[in-house]
Write a protein that binds this ligand. Structure first.
Ligand code: PMP
Length: 452
């Protein structure tokens, strides 16, 4: 099997071997590795990626969801070019107008956002949100859900993808470090909750309420397992009652489940929201937004009237937040062009309809081929989960046939569909009818091939 990939991807293989000499595992993010070796891309256009061997792929990874308008989307490319040429620089290194314009847009779109700060990645946004939560509540622990990913920092690398034999009972999941090098402090101070289990979540939160600053969650786990409405509404109620902040990590779901993210879909207002991915139009970005009283603790002028002198008695009680590239003008120009294109007419509705159509077609193919498969997702993201059983959280997901899914993904990669093995599918506004038809056809071919 491995040799088939190698022959068809000779240059990828050669470059990968070279990469291995200079980067551990030949990659610069562990998740970008897969067997037998990752494929080196050279060009992107619309819904397509082209590798160094000249092979074309329909891209459903879309840079982990970031490219909602696909590769090289003209309005985004133009906005970036205009920003740099009209303003004469890549970055000012000072406050500037686009920071305000984007903040106003986010406040307009996201029910839970009253003020905004920018970061350079989704991870930096979740880190800042959690620090703000600790500063605001004066409590030191956080709670997160089993199987939820919030970026690669110490406090979030707990029980993201733990071994089933280590995780304890559903009623009281254990905190399992996700990597070597994570100090015990973070494992001990991260309380793990079972997603979509309101009774157990309620019990655990009550037990730790005095120490818990915030609960952080992906309202749609991994971008594809939605919270039950009753669960997320219940969680909002409990956290409010217990004086624990609720943080929605909408890095993945922002602009992808609706323009105003999951908080709009569910009608639930978090205290803080982390955004990223689509927000940067393909450039590195993150943002934290939220309640004014929480956000204001990072104000260096102490939140006074803008014309009063400010700063003197402030210092250590201000929340530290900084970053050379925060609010990068080129990035925000790309992000604004991306969002404006989504706001334009029927774009996002059509995107969701087409995603639904692809999901239905795929489900029909697997049914025809006699393979248990359901698509799970929301808006423009979904995953193919190879089980007929109900999938509501990390533990349920392990019932799916991952071995078969990996084999299918490998076949599809050969045939020209790009997702990382086991990864979810993100759709773009530029995937064509032809792309969808071809994707369905290639899935059917792959399933028939595997049967032989
Ligand atoms: N939170 C979620 C829900 C994510 O999906 C990701 C990225 N996959 C992150 C946080 C981290 O974002 P970044 O990779 O930009 O640091």
């Amino acid at each position: 099997e491995a040799s088939v990939v190698s022959v068809a991807n000779r240059k990828s293989r050669e470059l990968y071997e070279r990469a291995c000499e200079v980067m551990p595992g030949g990659v610069t993010a562990n998740i970008k590795y897969f067997e037998p070796h990752p494929i080196m891309m050279e060009k992107g256009k619309g819904s397509k990626l082209y590798d160094v061997d000249g092979k074309e792929y329909i891209d459903f990874l879309l840079s982990y969801g970031a490219l909602i308008h696909g590769h090289g989307y003209e309005p985004v490319m133009q906005a970036v070019y205009n920003q740099m040429t009209n303003q004469g620089t890549t970055i000012f290194g000072t406050p500037h107008f686009l920071e305000i314009k984007m903040a106003e847009k986010l406040i307009d779109l996201y029910p839970g956002i009253e003020m905004v700060r920018y970061t350079n990645s989704g991870l930096e946004a979740t880190i800042l949100a959690v620090r703000a939560g600790m500063a605001y509540t004066g409590k030191e622990k956080i709670a997160k859900f089993e199987g939820h990913y919030h970026g690669g920092s110490n406090q979030f690398l707990v029980s993201v993808n733990p071994d089933l034999d280590k995780i304890g009972s559903q009623n009281e999941p254990r905190s399992i470090p996700e990597s070597t090098g994570i100090p015990d402090y973070f494992v001990e101070n991260t309380v793990i909750l079972p997603f979509n289990d309101l009774a157990a979540t309620d019990q655990i939160l009550r037990k730790h309420a005095k120490e818990l600053s915030a609960v952080i969650l992906e309202p749609v786990q991994g971008g594809f397992i939605p919270a039950d409405e009753e669960f997320i509404k219940g969680l909002r109620k409990i956290t409010e009652e217990l004086d624990i902040l609720l943080i929605f990590d909408e890095v993945k779901t922002g602009f992808r489940t609706s323009l105003g993210g999951c908080q709009e879909v569910y009608g639930v207002k978090p205290d803080l929201t982390a955004l990223g991915k689509v927000l940067g139009g393909g450039f590195p970005v993150g943002a934290v937004g939220g309640r004014k009283d929480v956000m204001m603790i990072s104000a260096p002028n102490g939140g006074r009237d803008i014309l009063s002198a400010g700063n003197k008695d402030k210092g250590k009680d201000v929340l530290f937040h900084s970053g050379t590239y925060n609010g990068h003008p080129t990035v925000l120009a790309a992000g604004l062009a991306t969002i404006e294109a989504l706001e334009n007419g029927q774009t996002i509705d059509q995107l969701f309809e087409r995603t639904r159509f692809l999901r239905n077609q795929l489900e029909a193919v697997y049914k025809r081929q006699g393979i248990d498969m359901q698509t799970i997702g929301m808006g423009s993201i979904f995953n193919l989960v190879l089980t007929n059983e109900d999938v509501k959280n990390y533990r349920d997901l392990q019932k799916a046939n991952m071995t078969l899914r990996k084999m299918i993904d490998k076949e599809l990669l050969q045939k020209g569909i790009y997702t990382k093995p086991l990864n979810r599918y993100s759709m773009s506004t530029v995937h064509t009818d032809e792309d969808i038809a071809k994707t369905v056809e290639l899935h059917e071919d792959a399933l028939k091939n595997l049967r032989r």
